[in-house]
Design a protein around this ligand. Sequence first.
Ligand SMILES: *Cc1c(COP(=O)(O)O)cnc(C)c1O
Length: 377
Amino acid sequence: MSEDLITVTRPSLPDLEKLQPLLEEIWKSGRLTNGGRFHEELEARLCDYLGVEYLSLFTNGTIALVTALQAMGVTGEVITTPYTFAATPHALLWNKLKPVFVDIEPDGFNMDASKIEAAITPETTAILPVHCYGTPANVSEIQRIADLHGLHVIYDAAHAFAVRHKHSSLLDAGDISVLSFHATKVFNTFEGGALILKDKETKQRVDYLKNFGFANETTVVAPGINGKMNEFQAALGLLQLDKIDEDILARRRVYRKYQAALAGIAGLKLMDEPLDTQWNYSYCPVLVQDEFPVSRDELYDDFRERRILVRRYFYPLVSDFPMYFDSSAFYKCASSVAERILCLPIYSDLSEQDFARIIECLNDVVDKSTGRYRGKE
Ligand SMILES: *Cc1c(COP(=O)(O)O)cnc(C)c1O
């Protein structure tokens, strides 16, 4: 009997009984997309839930990011991090912008703010940091540098849904924050995303841009794109939002169980919860240290053999992708983390049995290497 697949994350199941009436309402309304009732309701409820003033929904996070750069009129070079998902630098390339990578902090996963100024050139117009795993980037220092040099700051906040830092929403930092509601994220609409905006004018401009630039039926004010979230996505989002607090609490329980279980295993370092932060427990990143009996990749293979789909977020570094690779550049801290990182499964309905299978795999790997393993080979 082969055991069930454990994925690194999975969306929690919305209340299906509530879904049917919403779908019927969408059909009856005759408005399947283009800012229907559920789209408007989800924008309002997300603003309220996240504690932000302006938000514009998108069909996915990547189009939202591409549009944010357009809305701010970013040109030339943009300073960003090599330790991120492909979408971050790709959004720059789609806008014909040049990514300039700076390394991450020695003991963290986010852009090292002390390295930003050395990377600024006369072509630099913006900084695009990532709140990696939902841990806050050094927002105050990044803003200080941006103000000093007249740069835009756009946060890739794809991991940072609902994160609060020092008592305010982390999504308030910078000019714009970009959210992703992809199926792998804490809050999801299967595919989806949003921009968090600071003023009514920018919100209006973004709303035009995501609808081909239409300001009304006959007026097109900009070469926009189709970034609209449809009513089905929005209805799913409303149902997910009903139980998001529950989901995050359940994730926290899983994280705390990992903390307890991994404390006894030498050579595995679970990320510490970020300080002064109400975190979302979006990922469970572990560094596989030299003391651990097998390499990160061997451990990854062992998990996979047991149908446990752990992930190497983020390996390889985006700066090693062929379209960004520069043989004269080396990002020491990011490279070191990329070689050692492993993200363990975390989601709200991870069962006791599945959690036990994950820990059993870790224990077996350790026991095998010390000759204590008595399971079947
Ligand atoms: C998921 C993700 C995105 C892209 O979001 P999509 O909604 O999948 O397009 C962008 N940046 C980071 C860091 C992500 O993890």
